[in-house]
Ligand binder design. Structure first.
Ligand SMILES: Nc1ncnc2c1ncn2[C@@H]1O[C@H](COP(=O)(O)OP(=O)(O)OP(=O)(O)O)[C@@H](O)[C@H]1O
Length: 992
């Protein structure tokens, strides 16, 4: 036990009594501070007015010796009060109870009078002693702040450590560590090791276990001292500010700010220090300070500091609040945006909606979808859920899933293997092309027998406009497959075929995947156009990529870089088109089944024009069949004089041109036949007045123009009297001009005479009669064909009607089809030993060599036929192949060159209407050539009657359609002597 001194310096005052009723705090308000306030203001203590504490200055304010005690209530009352308001200071302290008290060490903060504090007593002995003293009606103890251990940094020692070391302190050691000044505390309750203390007044330790109570004096102070007053006001003002700004007590601001002013000075100082967040030493300082002014000053310092902290706290709170509200606002706006987007159907990044969309798309094909693809889709869907919607990775995954789920996995269209139906469709769309159609039908037949059609590569080759692309479309229709066409002409980037890797920005799958997505079935017919014009790859080799795509051995597991899952393309039917088969990369060509379309002869073109092109064009122009007639002669002239190329695209263009013009004529005619208003003017404009427009065959003599100025001009021209007769003839077509006065009408005839107005009626009658006429039929015949398509273009195909000496017609093959060409040889210079040859006409290396070979062979043959003829030895020859602007190459003109040279050497022209082709060896053997069909067609087109082909090409010729061969005298030779005989036979020349 310690012997303690009590101090009255800061005990609670009776002056606080008056505050009680004013507070009006509800009993349920249990905030500790409120309770403190309640205790301070005397609320819940109606009998407080009659109670007295150890107070120093209840009347005069000066600190006196505290030795007074008063008891106004019972012990039971005091306990009841303590329960109702735990911070209320108990009422029954008696001097004998508190002069010697137990000392309780406080580890964290000193206890201020008027406040209560729960502490934990770990020492069982001490706890038993406390309980004992409570039982003995002496429920008081001394609460003292423990000094920090000398040499320790309090900031580094944790609270629990201090507590632990304090509880271990005993006796003298504890005594030495206690601050001298503490608080006399009432033991309000003991529950387990928790003891609740209520501070009463200051105590000072005098000695250990000394029975004598010692008293201390507070320094007296003048209540009316202005400085003390001013300081206290400042403390109050600051406290009010703190209470106002401190968010911790915001709810009770009203209460505190109203009553702080009613505390007396010492208590105000205690209150300020107690509620400030000052550290324990600062609080202890206030507790130890007995000078009221100094104590107020210390408190003011603490509350000012509290004020600053409070302001800082407010700023921090504001900043945080601002940040949070900004984020919240953003979040709210985002949510609203999402809702709006969803409402408008623009929702793009809602992960669940997206996943649901992909799953829904996949659902119908899920059973047919290969497991490895399903697995990838599931993985990607799971990944999508984890990704942030605004991240770029999210977009990549979304696009990838979009493509993956758009492919028609295992979704095939029902193929139709009906051969008869297919034949009908093919015939419906194309005339001729029997070999092509036959091949397609064979393919369908095999499919029917096997039950499935094997993916094949068909290559249609031929000149432009022969219907390669359109037959591809027809095949798709016949097989009931979806059709997709893409051109690889000039394609040099492998990514176009195989796609980009997904890592690239803006990556896309290749054409094949795009095709599958587009057509929606896994067995379309894919037409790869212009495969012979593949570009040179700068990044990879497009030909090899195409090989992977087309080769049935490889395309079962075609891997697109973007999709990254193997796709089975074996069911896809590939049809390629090319103009020149030789330009197709060899490995690709090797896998193709080439079907060549050579071009059309006149007869075929006539059929195509009549039955297909005319029909489709007429329908496209909206013209009825009875409104137009194109005669056979006109069509023939069109084919022979305007559209002589192998294909029919140009023919189609010309037919379209004719029909467009007819449409315009019909519309014009229809408009002019409509009844006209009385004040509209009509003019006798004859068809010759429309120079650019072809005339209607069964036309009326007049056309009416509604434009007044135009009419006037026509009338003026007529009035100038270019042709009087004509003018009088057309006088029925009068011009009606309203009179300036408007009173009557005058008529101006072409002759310029004024006519009587009664003739108007007559004119109207004629017009009405015309309007009732049925629509005129437009005739296109040979004579007016030029009005529709202009003058025929000049064709240099046939330069000579009869080839002169030294000129022979050869046959050539070009990408545009076959054509005839002339080989011309002349003698430039003559003189012994001057034999030489000069060749022109943009000849390629092979053809130049051909000229040399021909020169040698011709010389040998001439020597054989006319041994005395030294023409070749003594003549400088010039060989030319028109047209000079067209590059030419190839060996097939060899025999033609020899014939041309021999012709000039022997001064003999060759047989009329003869054309020949064939490569020649140095010994005069004739080797086979290519393009027999094209060459035959070209020969026919040029009016050739006799053709000489190499013997080896007989087979090719025999395979030609009879209509192509018809009327031609064809000879097959394997030695030049046979050609010599045919070209220079005497009877031929005599015949001529
Ligand atoms: N035998 C035919 N019967 C009916 N129409 C035909 C025939 N041949 C071609 N055509 C028509 O000629 C036009 C041109 O044909 P298409 O475009 O298929 O030619 P192409 O051979 O593919 O040419 P290119 O090599 O320039 O691509 C099409 O309108 C087509 O219908």
């Amino acid at each position: 036990m310690l012997k303690l001194l009590s101090s009255s310096s800061s005990c609670l005052q009776a002056g606080a009594h008056s505050l009680g009723p004013k507070l009006g705090v509800r009993p349920e308000m249990t905030s500790p501070l409120l309770r403190v306030l309640n205790s301070l203001t005397g609320r819940n203590r109606p009998n407080m007015a009659r109670r007295a504490f150890f107070c120093s200055d209840s009347s005069d304010g000066s600190d006196q010796v505290v030795e007074l005690e008063a008891k106004t209530g019972t012990e039971a009352e005091a306990e009841a009060e303590a329960k109702a308001s735990s911070a209320i200071v108990s009422t029954n302290p008696r001097p004998e109870d508190y002069l010697t008290v137990l000392a309780l060490p406080l580890p964290h903060r000193p206890l201020f009078p008027g406040f209560y504090m729960p502490i934990y007593v770990k020492d069982p002995k001490l706890l038993a002693a406390l309980q004992e003293s409570r039982k003995r009606q002496a429920p008081y103890a001394g609460a003292f702040l423990v000094k920090d251990e000398p040499g320790t940094d309090p900031s580094l020692v944790s609270g629990s450590d201090t507590e632990k070391s304090i509880y271990e302190l005993k006796g003298k050691a504890l005594f030495n560590r206690l601050h001298e000044v503490g608080t006399l505390a009432q033991i309000s309750s003991i529950q387990g090791d928790q003891v609740v203390l209520i501070g009463h007044r200051r105590l000072r330790i005098t000695e250990m276990v000394d029975e004598d109570p010692l008293t201390v004096k507070n320094k007296p102070y003048n209540k009316d001292d202005d400085v003390i007053k001013a300081t206290s006001f400042e403390v109050i003002a600051t406290l009010r500010d703190v209470l106002k700004t401190s968010s911790l007590w915001r709810d009770h601001v009203q209460t505190y700010t109203q009553h702080i002013g009613d505390f007396n000075f010492p208590r105000l100082a205690d209150f300020g220090a107690a509620i400030s967040g000052a550290n324990k030493l600062q609080c202890q300082q206030v507790l130890e300070e007995l000078d009221v002014y100094k104590r107020l000053n210390l408190t003011l310092e603490l509350v000012k500091k509290e004020m600053e902290i409070s302001k800082l706290q407010e700023t921090i709170a504001k900043a945080i609040e601002e940040k949070i509200s900004r984020e919240q606002r953003r979040y709210l706006l985002n949510e609203q945006l999402k809702a709006i987007k969803k409402e408008l159907g623009l929702e793009t990044d809602d992960k669940t909606a997206l996943s649901a969309k992909f799953r829904e798309r996949l659902e119908p094909n899920k059973d047919k979808c290969p497991p490895h693809v399903l697995q990838v889709i599931e993985e990607e869907l799971a990944k999508l859920q984890l990704l942030e919607a605004s991240s770029s990775e999210f977009n990549v995954t979304r696009n990838y899933l979009d493509w993956l789920t758009s492919i028609p996995w295992g979704n095939y269209s029902n193929e139709n293997f009906d051969v008869l139906r297919a034949e009908k469709i093919l015939d419906e769309d194309h005339y001729g092309l029997n070999d092509v159609k036959e091949r397609i039908l064979e393919f369908i037949a095999v499919g029917k027998l096997r039950g499935i059609s094997q993916g094949k590569i068909i290559c249609l080759s031929g000149p432009p406009g022969v219907g390669k692309t359109s037959i591809g479309r027809s095949i798709a229709r016949a097989l009931n497959r979806n059709f997709f066409r893409f051109s690889v002409g000039g394609l040099s980037d492998v990514a176009e075929i195989k796609g980009h890797r997904r890592t690239y920005i803006g990556a896309m799958p290749g054409k094949m995947v795009q095709c599958l997505k587009n057509v929606g079935t896994a067995n379309p017919l894919v037409l790869i156009d212009e495969i012979d014009k593949l570009g040179i790859g700068h990044a990879g080799d497009p030909a090899s990529a195409l090989l992977e795509l087309l080769d049935p051995e490889q395309n079962a597991n075609f891997l697109d870089h973007y999709l990254d899952v193997p796709i089975d393309l074996t069911k896809v039917l590939f049809v390629c088109t090319a103009n020149v088969v030789e330009n197709i990369p060899a490995p690709l060509l090797d896998r193709m089944e080439v079907i060549s379309i050579a071009g059309y002869i006149t007869d075929e073109k006539m059929h195509i024009a009549r039955d297909y092109l005319e029909k489709t064009t007429r329908e496209a122009c909206g013209i009825e069949p009875e409104q137009v007639e194109v005669t056979n002669a006109a069509l023939l002239a069109l084919v022979e004089n305007y559209c002589r190329e192998a294909g029919v695209r140009n023919l189609q263009k010309h037919i379209e041109k004719i029909y467009r013009k007819i449409a315009l004529q019909l519309v014009r005619q229809g408009q002019s036949d409509e009844p006209v208003d009385a004040d509209e003017v009509q003019s006798p404009v004859s068809k010759t007045d429309l120079p650019d427009e072809p005339a209607l065959v069964a036309d009326t003599d007049e056309a009416k123009v509604e434009d007044f100025a135009g009419v006037k001009q026509t009338a003026d021209e007529s009035a100038e009297g270019k042709d009087h007769e004509h003018n009088t003839e057309t006088s029925v077509g009068s011009v009606t001009i309203p009179d300036e006065t408007g009173a009557s009408e005058v008529q101006v005839a072409d002759t310029g005479e004024l006519m009587h107005s009664k003739d108007t009626e007559e004119t109207q009658k004629i017009q009405e009669g015309e309007a009732k006429k049925p629509v005129e039929k437009v005739m296109v015949n040979e004579s007016n064909l030029g009005d529709f398509v202009g003058k025929p273009v000049f064709h240099a195909d046939r330069i000579y009607e009869q080839t002169p000496v030294g000129v022979v017609m050869g046959l050539a093959w070009t990408a545009m089809g076959g054509s005839t060409l002339y080989i011309e040889t002349t003698q430039v210079e003559e003189g012994e030993g001057k034999g030489a040859l000069h060749a022109t006409g943009q000849l390629g290396d092979v053809m130049k060599e051909s000229t040399q070979i021909a020169h040698t062979v011709a010389r040998a043959i001439l020597l054989e036929k006319e041994p005395e003829n030294t023409f070749f030895a003594d003549s400088k020859l010039h060989l030319h192949v028109p047209a000079g602007a067209t590059p030419k190459d190839g060996p097939s003109a060899g025999c033609t060159m020899i014939t041309s040279m021999l012709s000039i050497a022997m001064k003999k022209p060759v047989k009329k209407d003869l054309a020949m082709t064939g490569e020649v060896t140095l010994t005069g053997r004739i080797l086979p050539i290519g393009g027999v069909k094209e060459k035959t067609i070209a020969a026919r087109r040029s009016g050739v009657k006799t053709i000489i082909f190499p013997e080896a090409n007989r087979k090719d010729f025999d395979e030609l359609a009879p209509n192509v061969k018809e009327g031609l005298d064809v000879h097959f030779v394997d030695d030049y002597n046979q050609i010599f005989a045919l070209a220079f036979s005497d009877d031929q020349n005599q015949e001529k």
